[in-house]
Write a new protein. Structure first.
Length: 317
């Protein structure tokens, strides 16, 4: 109760002070008309006192200081946010460059594997199998290559960590990363199976009723058929092409992402920004790089849906 009375008195004193300052210390009273005090209410509120109030030194200093502090805080916050965003973009550019190097290493390993081992061995095998199954020829014209192929040692863990944890990639690029990891793992598994079967061929360890031609070409003999080696040859060629194509696709997507990051970085600050690019060598033999048409279904499996908001919904968050 005492606090309320104190606040009421204080408000009255301050109001009276400002009123006296505005009115110059004089009080205007109504003149009696025929012994009756009357006054008409003005149509518009008189706001001339606001101008006088604003001209007071104390009010001008306080309002000016508040406006200056507000604009200063706004500018400082904008600069801080801009600097923070610049640091974030430059950090992502470094991660994108690292991811590009890792993806290029996967591509180069798959490219060398196909050129030096997979393609020549697969072509010779397919030719020999066709000759063996041909009733006219019925024999193999060339000696088959039972060379073992070592699995490729690619930085899959590093590539997966950088791309999925340190980059803001679109959905298609994330799918490419996962496809590269899956293709390389499957390829190494198939190479291991083929190497085990090759050891059996070299040591002539065949199941009962089987011989070299039966197991090597995967043909039926006396009601029995062993297609392990034939399947390993087909899958070796398949997963090599997948590892090669999707690592190349990932490199192209990382380059596009790096270009977008560099554009944003240049808008934030005038600094030199370098990104890693991907270029195919001109001396790659024909038939080494898989045809993109073979993977049309993979690209069609991911569609980007445009924003379907109406014009009156854009203001809503």
């Amino acid at each position: 109760m005492m606090l309320r009375l104190f606040l009421t008195c204080t408000t009255a004193i301050i109001t009276g002070y400002f009123y006296n300052q505005i009115k110059g210390g004089t009080m205007e009273v109504w003149e009696p008309i025929n012994g009756v005090f009357m006054a008409t209410t003005p149509f518009l509120v008189n706001i001339a006192w606001l101008e006088k109030l604003a001209n007071l030194p104390l009010i001008a200093a306080v309002v000016g200081g508040m406006i200056g502090a507000g604009f200063g805080a706004l500018a400082a916050g904008r600069i801080a946010n801009r600097s923070k965003r610049y640091d974030s973009v430059t950090e992502e550019i470094r991660a994108c460059n690292l991811a590009m190097l890792l993806a290029q290493q996967v591509f180069n390993l798959a490219l060398s594997l196909k050129k030096d081992a997979v393609k020549p061995i697969s072509d010779a095998y397919n030719k020999a199998r066709g000759e063996y199954l041909d009733p006219i020829i019925g024999s193999v014209s060339e000696t088959q290559n039972l060379q073992k192929i070592s699995p490729i040692n690619t930085p899959l863990d590093e590539l997966r960590t950088v791309t999925l944890e340190r980059l803001t990639l679109p959905g298609s690029a994330i799918r490419a990363v996962l496809q590269v990891v899956d293709s390389v793992n499957c390829l190494n598994h198939v190479l291991t199976i083929r190497n085990e079967l090759t050891d059996k061929f070299l040591h002539q360890q065949f199941p009962p009723g089987m011989d070299f031609d039966c197991m090597y070409f995967g043909v039926n003999k006396a009601g029995s058929c062993h297609t392990g080696y034939m399947d390993s040859m087909k899958n070796m060629a398949r997963y090599t092409d997948e590892a090669l194509f999707f690592s190349m696709t990932l490199c192209q997507m990382l380059e596009e992402h790096g270009v977008q990051l560099r554009k944003e970085c240049k808008k934030l600050a005038r600094a030199k920004v370098s990104i890693n690019r991907f270029r195919l060598a001109a001396n790659i033999p024909e038939g080494i790089i898989p045809d993109p048409k073979n993977y049309a279904k993979w690209f069609a499996g991911y569609e980007v849906h445009a924003n379907t908001k109406k014009w009156w919904q854009w203001a809503k968050k």
